[in-house]
Design a protein around this ligand. Structure first.
Ligand SMILES: Cc1ncc(COP(=O)(O)O)c(C=O)c1O
Length: 417
């Protein structure tokens, strides 16, 4: 391993962290697994897996409706998880935390349940050019259905938002929604959500933050961000798949229609009329992701015990190191902002080699990266490419894996050069 570009001491001991993750006990193509695809989904620590198993073995029953001991214990576990998510996001009230399947569902909830009733002709919905499809397509769709205009904050050459375009975007209409990711999943760009929230609120618009790519890696504080809604996915932050959370301001959630309808979300049902339950239940139709929420809470405990500052610093050093190593390769183009303004994600292309071929060669070396449009086709169009390679880092990533990535790229060059 070469010296890292920034301070070589990480306060987080990634080698020790790795011991918590059973997935690293296996080999991939005969080599230790270098998993550089955590932006797509993270690996899982034993502590989280054991918490889910314990719940299934000792406390499993359907929640809320039962009056027997087991159902009460399961309900308490679910509500304890909700409180953990509230504290993670520094949300004012646990009633404002809605369990959803993932960030995508949370963002759809806002687009449908807020957007359909609050948007119309003459209104403007603003998202960004680097948005993940999950915070792009629902808004584009709801804007089209309601007759609102759909506009994009453009990017500059470093993949950062051009905020000086905002006034022009707001011309000839009422801005009603500003929606952006906190951290870009393709470029690692950290977006100025606080400033966008202030700008949105000056115009009476709501601010919707997609923290799917931020919450696993850094402290996320809905009060400090000043947003109105924020969505996260459990599976990207050491939790299980199938659970995420939407935070929304109570006064907005109270005024919204439900998104999904059915059991649990009602107050009373009659042939003539149905009324809705209290928050958050109004938005939680059907059986909750109970064991998943317990796993999500255990993952939050795990991350908090390590400390988000330490995690963020660790990934920042890895990103700086990766950019430095990739810069040694004149036949590699990297995209996105400089290391000091990005999270642990690096997108790049190898001259003359399709990203899928790059990823395939790396796979034989036991290095797992992602190749494709990363659910960011408008960004790919902006970059003028069909796809990129993406290496993304997490708390268990070690610099040696970046060295293996670079060695693998030399091999790609030899194979296709
Ligand atoms: C920035 C961002 N937003 C939203 C999502 C969607 O997450 P999920 O598939 O868990 O809903 C992702 C997933 O890659 C993401 O990176």
């Amino acid at each position: 391993m070469r010296a890292m570009a920034t301070a070589p001491q990480t306060r987080l001991d990634a080698h020790r962290v790795r011991a918590d993750f059973p997935i690293f006990e296996q080999l991939s193509h005969g080599r230790p697994l270098a998993f550089l695809d955590s932006a797509a989904s993270s690996q899982k620590p034993r502590q989280m897996l054991e918490a889910m198993q314990r719940f299934y073995e000792t406390s499993y029953a359907n929640v809320h409706r039962g009056v027997y001991e087991l159902a009460e214990r399961a309900t308490e576990a679910l509500e304890t998880s909700r409180e953990k998510v509230r504290a993670l996001l520094n949300a004012p009230d646990a009633r404002e935390i809605v369990f959803v399947r993932n960030a995508t569902e949370g963002l759809n909830l806002v687009a449908y349940a807020w957007g359909l009733n609050n948007l119309g002709p003459g209104d403007i919905v603003i998202v960004t050019e680097l948005e993940h499809h999950s915070n792009f397509v629902p808004w584009q769709y709801v804007a089209r259905r309601t007759g609102a205009d759909f506009r994009l904050i453009p990017l500059d050459d470093q993949g950062e938002l051009q905020l000086d375009a905002l006034e022009e975007l707001a011309r000839d209409g009422d801005v009603k929604v500003v929606a952006t990711g906190v951290v870009s999943n393709s470029l690692g760009t950290v977006n100025p959500v606080e400033r966008l929230s202030a700008w949105a609120h000056e115009r009476g618009a709501i601010m919707v933050a997609d923290a799917a790519q931020a919450a696993p890696h850094r402290a996320v504080d809905v009060v400090a961000l000043g947003c109105d809604f924020l969505a996260v996915s459990g599976h990207k932050m050491c939790g299980p798949s199938g659970v995420g959370a939407l935070w929304g301001r109570a006064e907005l959630l109270e005024r919204m229609e439900p998104f999904l309808l059915g059991g649990h979300m009602i107050r009373s049902v009659h042939a003539s009329q149905t009324t809705w339950g209290e928050l958050p239940h109004k938005f939680e139709a059907g059986t909750a992701p109970m064991a998943e929420a317990v796993g999500f809470a255990a993952a939050i405990d795990y991350l908090q015990a390590l400390g988000f500052d330490a995690i963020e610093q660790h990934e920042h050093e890895l990103a700086a190191y990766a950019l430095e190593r990739l810069a040694e390769l004149p036949w590699v183009t990297s995209y996105g902002p400089p290391a000091e303004r990005r999270a642990g994600i690096v997108s790049f292309n190898v001259e003359g080699v399709h990203p899928h071929d790059v990823a395939q060669v790396l796979d034989y070396e036991g290095v797992a990266i992602r190749a494709g449009h990363h659910c960011c086709q408008p960004l790919m169009q902006k970059l003028g490419v069909a796809a990129t390679n993406r290496a993304s880092f997490y708390l268990y990533t070690i610099p040696d894996e970046i060295d293996r990535l670079v060695a693998g790229l030399h091999k790609v060059r030899r194979v296709f050069g």
